[in-house]
Design a protein around this ligand. Sequence first.
Ligand SMILES: NC(=O)c1ccc[n+]([C@@H]2O[C@H](COP(=O)([O-])OP(=O)(O)OC[C@H]3O[C@@H](n4cnc5c(N)ncnc54)[C@H](O)[C@@H]3O)[C@@H](O)[C@H]2O)c1
Length: 316
Amino acid sequence: MKKYLVTGCAGFIGSTLTDKLLSEGASVIGIDVFRDYYDVNIKRRNIASALQNPSFTLLEKDLSANLGFLNNFTDSSDELVIYHLAAQAGVRKSWGSDFRIYTRDNIDATQNLLEWAYDRGGIKNFVYASSSSIYGVPEVLPMTEDQTVPIPHSPYGVTKLAAENLVRLYTANMGLPSVSLRFFTVYGPRQRPDMAFNRFIRSAFNGKAIGVFGNGRQTRDFTYIDDIINGLRLAENSTKGLAMNLGGGNRVTLLHTIETLAEVMDRKIEIEFSESKLGDVPDTWASAELAFTEMGWKPSVSLEEGLKQEVNWLSG
Ligand SMILES: NC(=O)c1ccc[n+]([C@@H]2O[C@H](COP(=O)([O-])OP(=O)(O)OC[C@H]3O[C@@H](n4cnc5c(N)ncnc54)[C@H](O)[C@@H]3O)[C@@H](O)[C@H]2O)c1
């Protein structure tokens, strides 16, 4: 029997993927330790509908600890697809003493899971959620997968790249099927409360000025959650250990996104500028050609449509 293991299943992307898999009739084991990086009640809400489904098992466990318990939840004959989305996210908090949280949840946990997967065998694919943060400030845009060794611009990016390299090693040396997907700023319903659009929309609803770090001319390649979920599903069959960008093709300045948001919300939005934060990069822009040639992936949701969906979700 085929089963899916989704790590970080109560988070923004993990819970959305879990719901998608369950809607396809799949059997899903979800792992999440409910870190309090943001309000854990949000995570409880994210996972509430999945918990109603008998095909879903939630394990509230820490991936950086012993994973022996996992053997009780899959038969050795089960074919397993692992979606590894658990991580300590967020660039800004990754400086200083909090770095050890990032090494624990992004590097140690990934290595632990890779070891478990290799020992178990029967893995159809190990899909790792990487990040555009691994690129840092590249000399050439758009960002392509084949450019010289990426140099991350934040400690968070360093841990995401380290984990991606670990995944690559287990494929090259132990034959573990894998793929790494480098997500570019994901948004939409359930987006984390620390992320820009979520903060912007809540400020606008409350009639407060939107806080922008830097001059607002920085560009981002925003990617709608459904496009990411579609990429994750296609990636199930991409098992060669490649790393691929999943970027939305919606590269715009932050100021432009705020204008679009004002139109979508039909209200005037004030902006309060402050200094850019350590680790913020001036631009992200994905070349999504590899994901297209390898697995036919193409983002399809416009920024305006995606923003409407996130506004609807936050107004509910
Ligand atoms: N959201 C984005 O724009 C974005 C962009 C690039 C990459 N990513 C990557 O996508 C993945 C999901 O991101 P998200 O935005 O959904 O984040 P999220 O914080 O909403 O979800 C991550 C989940 O992982 C869980 N977790 C953390 N450490 C764990 C551990 N040791 N054991 C078990 N569970 C643990 C957390 O409790 C959380 O619920 C992450 O790997 C992140 O680095 C996200």
